[in-house]
Design a protein around this ligand. Structure first.
Ligand SMILES: [Zn+2]
Length: 452
């Protein structure tokens, strides 16, 4: 791949010092960031490669989302205004159980298009019960960095037709993990994904954790403590709260991502901290399903890993990291006051903290020399966001950049998205997909599902 030189107005590094540089150049070679320097110090004329002049734009790391359901994108708008267990029972389990390979492919493509055009370059996806190979094929061809795995279910009182015996889950998971863990030159890794306590026997959860030993650097990904009815049912089933139950069967450690973690007692919060568990916070989903508001400021102050995820399209209804950032800040302010969840904290959750949650922080999550060039260029100089550089000193300018990204920007501000230094999105157009084609395919596949 040809070298690239990006000329930008600001570099928002999100490194340990949260450096922001103005009027800078970023050189990319072999997919990695090789140099970050003032534009005036770079010999632009003699640069052997592509010079990309975005000197009115702001460069940030690509977003990392740690809880996504690509298989549900096709069902956007078909499961609104329901409580979690009804949402699963009446809609999501019904639709997911009807997925064919083709409908799943259509759903995943729509989801990836939504994510990439919004600047998300790394995800942790919870797949579905069947046809998981389709999701991996699409992840690989899209070029996105991903952890993914089939959604395991060996019991399902809500919708009994949608589960498989434990042995089937274990065998098929093992063979998918063998085939796809570390595929696409290590960009795609396996994320073992038992759905939640209610759909998994204790044996399945334990066997899954055991399997992970054969797949170093894989993740364990499940839902926890999302909804009061779910928590009550788990209590009836196990005699314990979700996190206490997970700890009692030995599945909590730094390779575990728990989505939601809204309804936790003090002991569960201590348990998360003690076991270095990662919390994936999904504010849109939590608000839309009326599940509640996780005490994210407390988790952060306790030193618990927190990152962001859009969850599935039917409980959101979009996959943009900008929505999740804005909401994650706003929902806490009515409880903890306006100083809670400032813009910089939130932007770090959506980038470097997501990378740390997945143990890929040496590769992505910030704009630093040596890291992969998973980058997003934002044009924040739109008419409704006239942020001014070069006035009033750097402190004001820098905080206004964080504010603009978190509180004002949306995917419409995304000018360019690069993964491994390759341009995947430019001016809203994703080079990996024919947008009209995937929408047309989606319509055909969705009508097939709704007819059956
Ligand atoms: Zn979810």
């Amino acid at each position: 791949m040809k070298s690239k030189l990006l000329l930008v107005r600001d570099v928002v590094t999100l490194n340990e010092r949260n450096d922001i540089f103005h009027d800078y150049a970023v050189e990319i070679n072999d997919g990695r960031i090789e140099r970050i320097a003032p534009s005036k110090d770079v010999n632009i004329r003699n640069f052997k490669g592509d010079v990309l002049d975005f000197s009115n734009c702001t460069l940030i790391p690509g977003f990392v989302q740690t809880h996504i359901h690509l298989c549900q994108t096709l069902f956007r708008g078909l499961a609104d205004d329901l409580e979690l267990l009804d949402w699963l029972q009446k809609r999501i389990f019904v639709y997911e159980s009807k997925h064919t390979k083709n409908s799943l492919r259509a759903s995943v493509r729509l989801g990836l298009h939504d994510l990439l055009t919004g600047g998300t370059t790394s995800i942790l996806d919870m797949g579905t019960l069947h046809h998981q190979e389709v999701i991996f094929e699409e992840l690989i061809s899209s070029g996105i960095r991903a952890f993914a795995g089939n959604c395991m279910m060996d019991q399902n009182d809500l919708y009994p037709a949608f589960c498989e015996p434990a042995e089937w889950n274990i065998n098929s998971t093992y063979s998918w993990a063998k085939e796809f863990h570390n595929s696409n030159n290590g960009k795609v890794k396996f994320g073992f994904a038992p759905r939640f306590v209610l759909s998994c026997s204790e044996n399945l959860l334990k066997e899954t954790k055991e399997m992970m030993k054969d797949f170093p650097l894989s993740m364990f990904h499940t839902h926890s403590s999302e909804n009061k009815s779910e928590v009550e049912t788990v209590r009836k089933m196990t005699g314990k709260e979700n996190v206490e139950y997970f700890e009692s069967i030995g599945i909590l450690d730094k390779h575990t991502v728990l989505a939601h973690c809204i309804h936790l007692n003090d002991n569960e919060i201590i348990t998360l901290k003690k076991n270095d568990v990662r919390v994936s916070h999904c504010p849109s989903s939590n608000l839309k399903l009326g599940s509640g508001i996780a005490n994210i400021p407390r988790y952060i102050s306790e030193g618990i890993s927190v990152s962001l995820g859009a969850d599935g399209a039917p409980c959101n209804n979009g996959l943009s990291a900008f929505n999740e950032m804005r909401l994650s800040a706003l929902i806490q302010k009515s409880i903890h006051g306006p100083t809670a969840m400032d813009a910089l904290t939130v932007l770090r959750l959506a980038t470097i903290e997501g990378a740390k949650a997945l143990h890929i922080q040496d590769e992505v999550g910030s704009v630093e020399v040596g890291k992969m060039a998973d980058l997003v260029l934002l044009n924040l100089e739109k008419a409704d966001q006239p942020i001014q550089s070069n006035i009033n000193g750097a402190t004001f300018i820098d905080s206004s950049i964080y504010s603009s990204i978190v509180y004002s920007a949306s995917k419409e501000n995304v000018k360019l998205v690069l993964i491994d230094g390759e341009i995947v999105v430019k001016d809203g157009r994703c080079f990996k997909y024919d947008e009209e084609g995937i929408i047309a395919d989606g319509k055909v596949e969705l009508s097939g599902i709704l007819k059956t």
